[in-house]
Design a protein around this ligand. Structure first.
Ligand code: ADQ
Length: 495
């Protein structure tokens, strides 16, 4: 029996079983030097968003574990560790095993040296190596085979993100009548950027094999539709209400923006707990009562961390009277450590922090506190509560859940969100946040100054607007609108 979904009425229940595919399972397995296996929660926004949905609905989650497969005996060990780590949940976790060579070429190569930078408008970082493409298709085929094996003909197969854009096409060939949905967690680029991709036509045709194609923002929807129109001759696009219906080679797909969100109530209640309140108080005391600006990011060059550190240094130079009164608390969760560019970024951040602290520190005050590890939820919430402002300045971001988490945690309606205009969250939060261009050092310095000087009444007005928006457009709303768009396949339970 499938667990009943929580949430507002009308509840939407899948008539069919749900099968989710993502590159990584929400539990990652690591092997230490002695060959011992350990399980830990995977990091990142996709897992943060989907975990609560899957654990309520039940279903099957197919993905890789992060550890390279060497032989069947080792794979069996990984299965055992995964089963132990996930015991007692209503979700069935099915690992897809990838060799070290596949991980290098499919994940580090095609996914993260081509698609990730290109889709974030950073084309000069791309390495279009042809062998990456071969591996991308091959690994996508493995995911498709795993999905076909694990699913029944009527299941809804919901594929996640840019690493798996070719899976649906391969499933469709074997099972033409199945229900296929896709959600893209990262931005979709405009045609003049997407056209650089040598496999652009294949990718678009593969995407149009899905019945429903979800993207984060209306801008992503416009970009995807513009690419389809530009590169697929003969395609027909009709606008209907708040989505587009695309017909290509006799098959119809629905394309729609579904801005992803957070479990607002869970964040708000967690942050309001006395335990988190005490910890927030302690953090402020440990920092000698100075105002705290917080940055929380996965380690990634798209998050604009060095740019933000430089902007903070400029703020200290431009507004010297604030020295000793405000510190930046920058938390970076380790990510993609096997990729050279990411290790380089880590060193760049460390050097910048050391340099800025060396230049400005005074007895009893350090300008930047830098934490490079994943934090337990309560500690993260305490930091959100302790911080008078959040500095969230990605160069480009599909959505950025941290900006929404910060607002949810501010139950006293104070605090200021400084947000990049290139985050997917910007159009939703623009009436409350101070929007900045992440490349504009001076603009960010000015925004920090303005945030620190902002009257409590203005903070309150802005924060209340953002909190009201996120409360209404939370992860349950996201789930319900996505499932409702799969009309005919998901059932809407009447009030
Ligand atoms: P990410 O790039 O991972 O997600 P984001 O949406 O900000 O970015 O999510 C990060 C998640 O990791 C948040 O839930 C945050 O709380 C958590 N986190 C960050 N630092 C942490 C730390 N040090 N310790 C513990 N947790 C930490 C991708 C896309 C985004 C999109 C999401 C969801 O790149 O644009 O918003 O998917 O679709």
């Amino acid at each position: 029996m499938m667990p009943q979904p929580r949430g507002r009425t009308p509840a939407i229940t899948p008539r069919q079983r749900l099968l989710v595919l993502s590159n990584r399972l929400p539990v990652s397995i690591k092997k230490d030097d002695a060959g011992n296996l350990t399980a830990a929660p995977s990091s990142g926004g996709l897992v943060s968003a989907l975990n609560p949905i899957l654990s309520e609905y039940g279903g099957t989650w197919v993905g890789s574990t992060g550890v390279a497969s060497t032989c069947e005996r080792d794979d069996a060990e990984v299965r055992k560790v995964l089963a132990t780590a996930t015991r007692g949940t209503s979700v069935r976790y099915l690992p897809v095993f990838l060799s070290a060579e596949e991980q290098t070429n499919f994940y580090e190569g095609f996914s993260n040296e081509i698609l990730w930078p290109l889709f974030h408008d950073l084309q000069s970082r791309c390495n279009f190596a042809p062998r990456y493409w071969e591996f991308y298709r091959r690994v996508n085929q493995r995911f498709a085979a795993a999905a076909l094996k694990a699913s029944q003909p009527n299941d809804v197969i919901w594929i996640q993100d840019y690493q798996l854009m070719d899976v649906g096409r391969q499933i469709r060939q074997k099972r033409p009548d199945c229900v296929l949905a896709f959600f893209m967690h990262i931005p979709f680029p405009a045609p003049d950027i997407f056209e650089k991709l040598p496999w652009r036509r294949h990718i678009l045709e593969a995407l149009l094999e899905h019945d429903l194609l979800g993207v984060q923002t209306p801008r992503d929807e416009r970009n995807l539709v513009a690419c389809i129109r530009t590169f697929l001759p003969g395609v027909e696009v009709e606008r209907e209400h708040d989505y587009r219906r695309v017909t290509y080679r006799g098959r119809q797909s629905r394309i729609q923006a579904f801005p992803i969100s957070i479990d607002f109530e869970q964040f708000a209640q967690g942050a309001a707990s006395p335990e988190v309140g005490r910890r927030a108080f302690e953090i402020r005391r440990q920092l000698n009562g100075v105002r705290i600006a917080i940055g929380v990011d996965r380690l990634d060059y798209t998050k604009g961390i060095p740019e933000r550190l430089r902007a903070f240094a400029r703020f200290l130079r431009d507004y010297p009277a604030t020295r000793g009164h405000v510190s930046l608390y920058q938390v970076v969760v380790p990510s993609r450590e096997s990729i050279t560019g990411y290790r380089r970024l880590m060193h760049e951040i460390e050097q910048l922090v050391a340099h800025i602290n060396g230049e400005h520190s005074q007895p009893g005050w350090v300008p930047i506190h830098y934490v490079h590890r994943s934090l337990p939820r309560k500690e993260l919430l305490a930091l959100y509560r302790a911080a008078s402002l959040a500095l969230i300045t990605p160069l480009k971001d599909g959505m950025n859940l941290v900006s929404k988490e910060y607002c949810a945690a501010r139950s006293e309606n104070d605090g200021v969100l400084i947000l990049s205009e290139f985050a997917g969250a910007a159009p939703e939060l623009l009436r409350g946040a101070l929007l900045v261009n992440p490349y504009d050092e001076m603009g960010i310095a000015e925004a920090i100054h303005r945030a620190l000087a902002m009257e409590p009444t203005e903070q309150r007005r802005r924060m209340m607007r953002m909190r009201a928006w996120i409360r209404r457009h939370d992860i349950l709303h996201w789930r319900d609108s996505f499932f409702a768009a799969l009309d005919g396949h998901m059932e809407v339970t009447p009030l």
